[in-house]
Design a protein around this ligand. Structure first.
Ligand SMILES: Nc1ncnc2c1ncn2[C@@H]1O[C@H](COP(=O)(O)OP(=O)(O)OP(=O)(O)O)[C@@H](O)[C@H]1O
Ligand SMILES: [Mg+2]
Length: 297
């Protein structure tokens, strides 16, 4: 499957973001980002804290309306409504886990299926034969997904009682319940121990092998470089580099961006130089260092 991605003449990209820009007042969180994900691919999106990765996901999934640019799924431009984006075939997980804490594991996955079941309100209220059949099928599929993510034994546990790592997996199971063609994962291994991270890596490979393309944000570089066919690096809202793990690891601008060292032509480098220059001139002898960033959210 992975080897088919060279067949460029016939493949329509699963996802194509064209010139996506997102401004919040005076802040440009995402600037003119171009990104393609093809079928069979796992693509990574990395960058320092505040680089705009989650904002970009929010633009892709209809949560934000980009200030400029368009997002297409399998060749069709997506509407700016998250439920329509889900219906089109894009599912996601959230950096800050969003489960129904007081529902069971199984119920959480069933909620994820509602975009794919056509039984309507009256059918549900009247508990028609059609509704019961659909309900049975939904439950079967939800259980398959719980098996797939290793959570079947916990089906009746309340989501809030799951350990953190399993809550992240449940988010993945719930996202898969909408039967997506593209899965967006926002920091799927945050807070996981190394063992859980490894099983998540295997899970993402298994998802890809089922024909679902994956775009994943993560700060764990070992995880990203093991997993991804391609990696894009966002720095201050701009795509700095994109390429294979080897290309990205070998690019000194990426290292500089993570260390906060300005490099020639870096986004914001002029402003940084100006501020440093002003500081140097205003208070000689009391220079404090700046530019550190928090690690977690
Ligand atoms: N709704 C919003 N309103 C105003 N500013 C926002 C909003 N959402 C994000 N931002 C700003 O946009 C920038 C990018 O934030 P974003 O959360 O996308 O970064 P990130 O790359 O996901 O960072 P992290 O790795 O820490 O999750 C930050 O400066 C953030 O404060
Ligand atoms: Mg984020």
């Amino acid at each position: 499957m992975n080897t088919m991605t060279n067949n460029t003449a016939t493949t329509t990209p699963v996802l194509h973001a064209a010139g996506v820009t997102m401004r919040f007042g005076g802040l440009t969180a995402v600037r003119n980002v171009e990104l393609t994900v093809n079928s069979g691919e796992i693509v990574g999106l990395i960058g320092p804290n505040g680089a705009g990765k989650t904002t970009f996901f929010n633009c892709l999934t209809g949560l934000y309306i980009p200030t400029e640019g368009t997002v297409s799924y399998k060749g069709a431009v997506l509407p700016h409504k998250s439920h329509l984006v889900t219906q089109a075939g894009i599912a996601r997980t959230f950096q800050n886990i969003r489960l129904f804490a007081n529902m069971t594991v199984l119920e959480n996955v069933l909620v994820g299926r509602h975009t794919r079941t056509k039984e309507g309100l009256w059918s549900a209220l009247l508990r028609s034969p059609g509704f019961k059949k659909a309900e049975r099928e939904s439950e079967e599929r939800a259980m398959e997904l719980l098996e797939f993510t290793g959570l079947a034994a916990k089906r009746d546990h309340l989501a809030r009682n799951l350990p953190y790592g399993e809550q992240r997996k449940l988010e993945i199971a719930r996202a898969l319940a909408s039967e997506p063609g593209l899965l967006l994962l926002d920091e799927p291994t945050a807070g996981m121990n190394p063992q859980e991270t490894r099983t998540t890596q295997d899970l993402v490979f298994a998802i890809r092998d089922q024909g679902i393309a994956v775009l994943v944000i993560e700060h764990d570089m070992r995880f990203i470089f093991n997993l991804c066919d391609r990696v894009a690096v966002l720095v201050q809202g701009e795509k700095l580099v994109e390429g294979t793990s080897e290309v990205v690891q070998g690019d000194e601008r990426v290292v500089a961006a993570y260390l906060g060292t300005p490099y020639e032509g870096a986004p914001g480098a002029d402003e940084v130089a100006e501020v440093e220059d002003a500081e140097a001139h205003s208070t000689p002898g009391t220079s404090g260092s700046s530019g550190t960033e928090g690690e977690n959210q």
